[in-house]
Design a binder for this molecule. Structure first.
Ligand SMILES: [Ca+2]
Length: 355
């Protein structure tokens, strides 16, 4: 792949979404022309971790169903091989050259500034209610880079990149304040993913009159801080893999993927129960490739070479599915000049005019 081609292919989901919307604004969606948008971002989920992408040992029925019912992009690329730059590309529409946050090193003065325009700001101008949960990474509390200063009406989770390595944190960022999790000081009472999944569902219910944009940047199955778990995969239970003949670390990783899949299923089910199926575009992807510390038998990146942090396919090629039932028919979209809508998005800043 040439540099230019790769540059185009790595252009973000955010612009892809806006491009998709620009082409479909006339779509008939039960009287509304602006669909709700739910963008679910997994963290360090490899291309081979999903059943629909060849995974044999870990079951992901809900994500597989989403892939089956929607568009399946078989050659989609994240904007970077690690968390922060990938998310910066995703949120701003810039490629990694001019993007303000280009690595995971915490020099926060380079993170999002007032002049940066995020997809949330563009959608907010178009009348969307914007809410986010999970890992933000683009500006700490009290800085202009924080999510609630960059277009989100509400944010719950981790603003700080390193804070997100704790699945049993003592607090989570909650809009302009913090939710104190005192129960985690004495014991492991609050698993952060479960709280964030509940908040994502709550935001969806509250936004039923739409249009809304939910960015669910879940932290699973990213490794945890070693002080939380010696194998660095903190999870409340190894179910449903407890009785498998695998090592404990493998069981925990599989349980993390299971928990992520369950949350995706709950979000999809809620959308359908609320009667918003035809009015809601649901996208699922990952911020970068799988980690090389994952049990080899899982083959986390499938046939791709390399892992997270690498600029080979295993570091940046990610699962990408988009469901808009009743509007788009189910199909596979690979990397061709005619059909790859992600590849056709140019590396330019997001503009509110695009909506
Ligand atoms: Ca990541």
């Amino acid at each position: 792949m040439t540099d230019l081609r790769r540059q185009r292919v790595t252009a973000l989901v955010a612009l892809a979404v806006l491009s998709i919307l620009a082409g479909d604004t006339q779509a008939k969606t039960s009287g509304r022309t602006k669909p709700n948008i739910i963008l679910i971002l997994a963290d360090d989920l490899g291309y081979g971790d999903l059943g629909c992408c060849g995974q044999r040992l870990i079951k992901t029925p809900n994500i597989d169903k989403l892939a089956r019912e929607g568009l399946r992009f078989t050659q989609a690329y994240a904007g970077g091989p690690v968390c922060t730059p990938s998310r910066c590309v995703l949120m701003t529409g810039l490629h990694n050259g001019p993007a303000p946050a280009r690595d995971n090193v915490p020099h926060y003065h380079t993170y999002l500034q007032d002049k940066d325009v995020t997809v949330a700001e563009a959608l907010k101008q178009a009348g969307y209610r914007c809410g986010g949960v999970g890992k933000w990474s683009l500006g700490d509390a009290g800085t202009v880079g924080r999510a609630t200063h960059q277009g989100f009406d509400t944010w719950f989770g981790y603003l700080n990149q390193d804070h997100a390595h704790y699945y049993y944190p003592e607090y989570l960022d909650d809009d302009e304040g913090r939710l104190d999790l005192a129960g985690n000081r004495r014991s492991r009472r609050h698993y952060s993913h479960d709280l964030m999944a509940e908040r994502a569902l709550e935001f969806t219910r509250e936004s039923r009159d739409g249009p809304f944009f939910l960015y669910a940047a879940f932290t699973l199955p990213h490794f945890s801080a070693s002080k939380e778990d010696p194998g660095r995969f903190a999870v409340p239970s190894t179910a449903p893999y407890t009785h498998m003949g695998w090592n404990e670390k493998a069981k925990k990783y599989a349980a993390m993927v299971h928990r992520l899949d369950r949350a995706v299923g709950r979000i999809i089910d809620l959308v359908d129960e609320m009667g918003l199926t035809r009015q809601t575009l649901i996208i699922f992807t990952s911020d970068n490739g799988g980690h090389e510390g994952v049990w080899r038998e899982f083959d986390t990146n499938g046939p791709l070479r390399g892992y997270k942090r690498h600029l080979t396919e295993g570091g940046i090629r990610v699962p990408f599915f988009a469901r808009w039932s009743g509007i788009w028919r189910s199909r596979r979209i690979g990397c061709s000049a005619k059909t790859n809508c992600i590849a056709n998005v140019g590396p330019r800043p997001v503009s509110s005019k695009a909506v």
